[in-house]
Design a binder for this molecule. Structure first.
Ligand SMILES: [Zn+2]
Length: 374
């Protein structure tokens, strides 16, 4: 008896056949209101000790066709500790194989980031004197868009903005954001915060509806948030509308938009426009973190504007373009891989723990650079 389920936060899969544990056939879903197809997250129950062989039979129909080359999926027995598993792309199918050591196994495209974890983290950090949590408003499905401010309350403080997970399936973005938040919490707890010259404005999850629905690229209304920063419709994409209003209200001195990349086996940053601080940041982060590098990015590896995203999404305004045009400050895209990295000599292999560590190192790098400026 084999049972497949995805009826939980972020779960997404379609059932085809599961007569035998070693021949489970499933389909990767589309986003609820869009043609994007990429994210999967589900659980399989069978007898402990059996070989589970799962065929994602429509893997050749996903939005990012280069996603499976060198890719390894994640599994977990408790939905908390995750590890990479044997993954093969053959005859248009993605085949996940695991000798199951428990009766229930969770599988996911990348390690999920649950909404409960987000709530607990933000509430914990918001109780610090140097932090403040502001609910900017609600999504179409009534979830909060939360802005965490941490650092100086002074009007002269440099305002560094970080946003993550405009694309909800890019869960590593929120693991990175978590690392940033913890590191800043530690830094500002140890200091008298009012003397600090910087303040961080963080939206750790731009798209909580899409995350809950198990979407990969879009919100509940089928909107790709990172194409609507010019004139965001408050009803169709309240997420962008609210965060943009907050940026205009508080001001922006630097901006990082954190994403995941389906195709490239590298983590990298790209600045919207040349800026000495952006180059300095990239270089310093690469020296500090063995999972980050500056050699490969979209400028020298052929992956176009949302290569696999469907619809005419190119040419409409992205967050980094908006910030560059509006404020003329360093505006960077941070892309992190879904795949094991091709980079040599990593201290730890690329997963959610490494993503969190990258966030911690990013926070340290930003603090150091701004301490030198002041
Ligand atoms: Zn993205």
């Amino acid at each position: 008896m084999v049972k497949v389920s995805s009826d939980f936060d972020g779960g997404a899969i379609s059932f085809i056949n599961a007569d035998k544990a070693d021949n489970i056939q499933l389909e990767i879903n589309k986003d609820n209101q869009s043609c994007t197809r990429q994210w999967f997250y589900f659980a399989v129950e069978s007898i402990s000790g059996t070989l589970q062989r799962i065929r994602l039979v429509n893997a050749d129909k996903v939005s990012f066709s280069g996603a499976w080359d060198g890719y390894q999926a994640f599994a977990s027995y408790d939905n908390q500790s995750w590890f990479r598993i044997d993954t093969q792309y053959q005859d248009g199918e993605l085949v996940l194989t695991l000798e199951a050591k428990a009766s229930k196994v969770y599988y996911a495209y990348f390690v999920p980031y649950p909404l409960t974890r987000q709530t607990a983290l933000l509430q914990h950090v918001a109780s610090m004197p140097a932090a403040q949590l502001e609910v900017l408003g609600q999504t179409a499905q009534g979830r909060d868009i939360s802005l965490l401010r941490i650092g100086s309350a002074s009007a002269e403080a440099k305002k560094i903005w970080l946003i993550a997970r405009q694309h909800p399936g890019e869960t590593m973005a929120q693991w990175i954001a978590e690392g940033v938040i913890w590191q800043l919490a530690e830094h500002f707890a140890a200091q008298h915060f009012s003397t600090a010259a910087v303040s961080f404005y963080i939206v750790a999850n731009m798209n909580p509806d899409g995350a809950a629905l198990g979407n990969h690229r879009t919100n509940a209304n089928g909107i790709n948030l990172n194409r609507h920063w010019a004139t965001p419709d408050p009803l169709l994409c309240p997420e962008v509308y609210l965060v943009k209003q907050a940026m205009l209200k508080y001001g922006v001195d630097a901006f990082i938009d954190i994403h995941g990349d389906e195709t490239l086996p590298y983590n990298f940053m790209m600045a919207e426009a040349e800026h000495p601080l952006a180059s300095q940041l990239k270089q310093a982060l690469a020296e500090l973190d063995s999972n980050f590098q500056t050699e490969y990015d979209y400028s020298n590896v052929a992956v176009g504007c949302g290569a696999g995203s469907c619809g005419s999404s190119c040419g409409q305004q992205k967050a980094t373009s908006f910030v560059d045009l509006q404020f003329g400050v360093p505006s960077l895209l941070l892309e992190a891989s879904f795949k094991p990295l091709r980079q040599k000599a990593q201290a730890i292999p690329w997963d959610h723990r490494a993503a969190k560590q990258l966030g911690e190192n990013l926070a340290d790098t930003l603090l150091k650079i701004y301490a030198e400026i002041n």
